[in-house]
Write a protein that binds this ligand. Structure first.
Ligand code: GLU
Length: 298
């Protein structure tokens, strides 16, 4: 089972490696992204039968759940207050197609472990933040997408002798850090009892521990790790080797098929916009990744 997954992810591995090389040659400590052209706000939006959309209209704008410590993906610049990254621009694109401008959007930072509950409670209208589509999560919420595919990787100190991971069990006897409620931490806990784990609500806390030598590695999606390695090019490196397949979806309240279909149609028909967003954000690190086909049932 494990081996099948690794083989399935082999294609992604090559791409991620290319990305890493390109990324580390970039300017240090500068999260890329946020330069996608401002999306055109749709007028005369026709979306019948979506209670989530009706709530957004009533409120005058969407509340979107996001990450804000993941460079290139979902990042908040504390100095300028600017949000940037692939996920943020995907979130903005959806909002614009629903008829809302940037000023209408309320962003809500929500950690990995709290995403389903935020959607179930109606605290947010939709969530865009490295959110893998899983059957477990689909018991509580629905997904549109996928709009991106990556896999689990490992970030270690640049001084480490390791250059690649052939199996996750290479970390037996070591301590790896990841986010509570994430698929990577679950994978380690379920399948690798000889690896010690440390968890925090957000990945940047794991990165701090790695920089301070308190853990041996940070594990999560390679797309996320590449952003941290770019922030600390002299201190950190992403190892070769990818495990699992993480398909990113837009989290929406369960049963809102009208909203799900609206977003899926956008992803299917809007390939050029997807590419523009990708090129301006994650693509700047050198990754070349194809937009995945939408799965009508998430
Ligand atoms: N994509 C994985 C997940 O959804 C890891 C990244 C994250 O925690 O957001 O759990």
């Amino acid at each position: 089972m494990r081996r099948t997954k690794i083989l399935a992810a082999a294609g992604i591995a090559t791409t991620a490696l290319l990305a890493l090389t390109a990324c580390n040659s970039g300017s240090p400590n500068t999260p890329a992204g946020g330069d996608a052209p401002e999306p055109e706000v749709a007028e005369d939006v026709a979306l019948e039968g979506s209670p989530t959309y009706d709530a957004m209209v009533e409120r005058g704008g969407p509340i979107i759940g996001v990450k804000e410590d993941q460079p290139n993906l979902g990042f908040l610049d504390a100095t300028t207050g600017e949000r940037s990254g692939f996920d943020i621009d995907i979130a903005r694109w959806i909002a614009a197609e629903l008829g809302f401008s940037e000023d209408d959007i309320t962003y809500e930072p929500i950690a990995s472990a709290n995403r389903e509950q935020a959607l179930v409670n109606g605290d947010i209208d939709y969530y865009v933040g490295t959110y893998s589509i899983t059957d477990n999560r689909k018991e509580q919420i629905d997904f549109a997408g996928p709009y991106f595919v990556t896999g689990q990787g490992f970030l270690v100190s640049a001084d480490s002798d390791m250059t690649e991971v052939t199996d996750v069990s290479d970390f037996n006897g070591m301590t790896v850090c990841s986010a509570t409620g994430s698929t990577p931490i679950q994978n380690i806990k379920d399948n690798y009892p000889e690896i010690a784990t440390e968890e925090y609500d957000i990945y940047s806390a794991c990165v701090d521990d790695l920089l301070n030598g308190k853990v041996d590695a940070v594990t999560t999606d390679a797309a996320i790790l590449i952003g941290y390695a770019a922030q600390y090019p002299d201190e950190l490196k992403v190892l070769d080797g990818l495990f699992t397949e993480e398909r990113y979806g837009v989290g929406i309240p369960k049963g809102d098929t009208a909203l799900q279909e609206f977003i899926n149609t956008l992803f299917t028909d809007g390939h050029d916009t997807w590419q523009e967003i990708f090129d301006a954000t994650l693509g700047r690190s050198g990754i070349t990744v194809e937009q995945p086909a939408v799965d009508p049932v998430g």
